[in-house]
Write a protein that binds this ligand. Structure first.
Ligand SMILES: [Zn+2]
Length: 272
């Protein structure tokens, strides 16, 4: 499943195609949503934004089309009048004079007013979005110090979108490695400086993945490895998906295990 950075990059791409433009036509597959067509057609698309792994297409009359792709949904952006080659079912479409944004296969689509976003069953449960510009290190640090989360293992907590939203499986392994912490540790086990380092790793690694389109490894190492001709899959991450490879910090072999039902990679020496 795409993680926060990938969903944000997709929102950027869709926004470049349709934001600031009039929606000349809007189409929904689900009958319950078709009543909104009349209210959205002819309105301007104000912005396309992500909320963790959810997407909002925001219109200038205060309505928003919410969608969550789960494992199946897929967006396509095409010049108006062209359709992608796919066997998927179209579920939602916005057509401007030049472009079309087309959402296929997603089953979670809703239309919400601006003032109802906070009460939506999925959105209301989300913690702070790591990629929201107003969310800083101290917000994440205070989340880690919150007794509600103190007894959860870091391996489970980092995947919980109610703690902070936007993290997924590759970011979890990369963040724990960057902070040199074992996934079994709980926030209550951490010293203050460890909490601060973890908050910094959560924010920095996620923003790095957004800016680099998914590359979380150290930028200097990435430059060097690319110059050596190393393939992207081999320089992309510190530890994720690199079982048996050498830890970039100490050379120890990276170990794969299953934590909270998902694969996790760590250095047994650096991360205890
Ligand atoms: Zn190591």
């Amino acid at each position: 499943m795409p993680e926060g950075p990938e969903v944000r990059l997709e929102a950027d791409k869709i926004g470049q195609a349709i934001a600031g433009e009039l929606a000349e036509d809007v189409w929904f597959a689900f009958p319950a949503l078709r009543r909104f067509v009349r209210r959205l057609r002819g309105r301007m698309v104000r912005a396309v934004e992500s909320r963790g792994k959810a997407m909002l297409v925001r219109f200038d009359n205060g309505l928003n089309v919410y969608s969550h792709n789960q494992l199946y949904g897929r967006w396509f952006v095409k010049p108006r009048g062209q359709l992608p080659r796919t066997n998927r079912d179209l579920r939602f479409a916005v057509h401007t004079s030049r472009n079309s944004a087309l959402l296929y296969s997603a089953s979670e689509i809703d239309v919400l007013r601006d003032d109802a976003l906070g009460q939506h069953s999925f959105l209301e449960k989300l913690g702070p979005d790591v990629l929201a510009r107003e969310v800083g290190y101290e917000d994440i640090e205070s989340r880690l110090a919150d007794p509600r989360f103190g007894r959860r293992s870091l391996g489970a907590l980092l995947l919980d979108q109610g703690f902070v939203c936007g993290l997924g499986n590759y970011l979890r392994s990369e963040i724990l490695f960057a902070a040199r912490l074992a996934p079994e540790l709980r926030p209550k086990d951490l010293a203050e400086d460890q909490r601060r380092d973890l908050a910094a790793a959560i924010r920095d690694i996620t923003w790095r993945a957004y800016r680099t389109r998914g590359v979380t490894n150290d930028p200097d190492d990435v430059r060097r490895l690319r110059a050596e001709g190393v393939a992207r899959r081999d320089y992309r991450h510190f530890v994720f998906s690199r079982a048996g490879g050498a830890c970039p910090a100490c050379g120890e072999g990276i170990v794969k295990s299953t934590v909270a039902g998902r694969r996790l990679y760590r250095c047994p020496a650096c991360q205890g």
